[in-house]
Design a protein around this ligand. Structure first.
Ligand code: ZN
Length: 245
């Protein structure tokens, strides 16, 4: 794929983002569209399945508790956290945090999301290699995200984009690699969640489709983020290659 005309490289050097049509058409716009599409899919699925009661009558918190207890993680706290879809597993605190709706909700969405977060706790307990890698990458990725915007701005203002492009590629490459590692970790957490939900009888076989659709929609947002980053990275690579020629 070569969408990088010499003119575009000149634009990139002068102006890395704004007003650069190749960047807007082939990187920014597709990234934006796929990101919005994934968000819409997630919110549509969430709106639907937060209205569908789960047969077992369990809350998200209770379902997570059952999964954790069954795995011997009886001391792991399941706590309520503010916001919508703010659910997460914190490996440093070794605790589960569920948004109020999913903590208290007795719905397919609540139980599905809660089980997914419990799935991350199971990964941690099992020392799942990709999760360990992801955790090890967190500090360097945080640093890369922190300096990325500054490097772009500095390169642009000083007119040194050409010189700084290799640094930009390394820094953004770290961020993209982190997203790449995150993807299988997310799918694996959902797979573990579903396995436990059915094995422990927390949801019925007839509810499988709903749980799967809800978790699939959540995972799509990670796919969208990765696609967007890969496009950006390809763009930087193309610009760097054209710089040399
Ligand atoms: Zn997750």
């Amino acid at each position: 794929m070569n969408v990088f005309t010499p003119g575009a490289v000149h634009d990139l050097i002068e102006n890395p983002m704004i007003g650069n049509w190749n960047y807007i058409l082939f990187v920014m716009l597709p990234g934006l569209v796929i990101g919005l599409w994934a968000q819409m899919k997630l919110h549509a699925a969430y709106r639907k399945y937060r209205e569908v009661p789960v047969d077992s009558g369990l809350t998200g918190a209770e379902a997570a508790r059952r999964i954790l207890d069954n795995a011997g993680l009886t001391a792991m706290p399941v706590e309520e956290v503010e916001g919508e879809l703010t659910d997460h597993y914190d490996p440093t605190k070794r605790a589960l945090f569920l948004s109020s709706d999913n903590f208290h909700g007795r719905t397919i969405a609540a139980v599905g999301v809660a089980a997914h977060e419990a799935g991350h706790a199971l990964q941690h307990q099992a020392a799942y290699a990709l999760m360990n890698l992801r955790m090890a990458l967190v500090p360097v990725t945080q640093f890369a995200s922190y300096i990325y915007g500054g490097i772009l701005l500095l390169g642009w203002f000083l007119g040194m984009m050409k010189v700084m492009l290799p640094i930009v590629i390394v820094v953004f490459g770290i961020i993209t690699f982190f997203q790449l590692v995150t993807l299988p970790v997310e799918y694996d957490a959902s797979a573990r969640a579903k396995e436990q939900l059915f094995r422990l009888g927390l949801v019925r076989e007839s509810e499988r489709e709903g749980v799967s659709k809800m978790l699939h929609a959540a995972a799509l947002t990670y796919v969208a983020a990765l696609v967007s980053s890969v496009l950006t990275l390809l763009y930087y690579f193309g610009a760097a290659r054209d710089n040399r020629s």
